[in-house]
Design a protein around this ligand. Sequence first.
Ligand SMILES: [Zn+2]
Length: 54
Amino acid sequence: MSGKFLKVKCKCGSEQTMFSHATSLVNCNGCKAPLSHATGATAAIVGEVVEELK
Ligand SMILES: [Zn+2]
């Protein structure tokens, strides 16, 4: 399984680590807004990716 972890920043300012191939919705810890949409193989990131974690 390939993929990487991303640090995503929500528009509310909260940062959260998520898997780039998340298969389910990921919601912000702060405002509960969706940070990704599952689109099959790859998660569509809604927030701003601030860092890729190796
Ligand atoms: Zn938020």
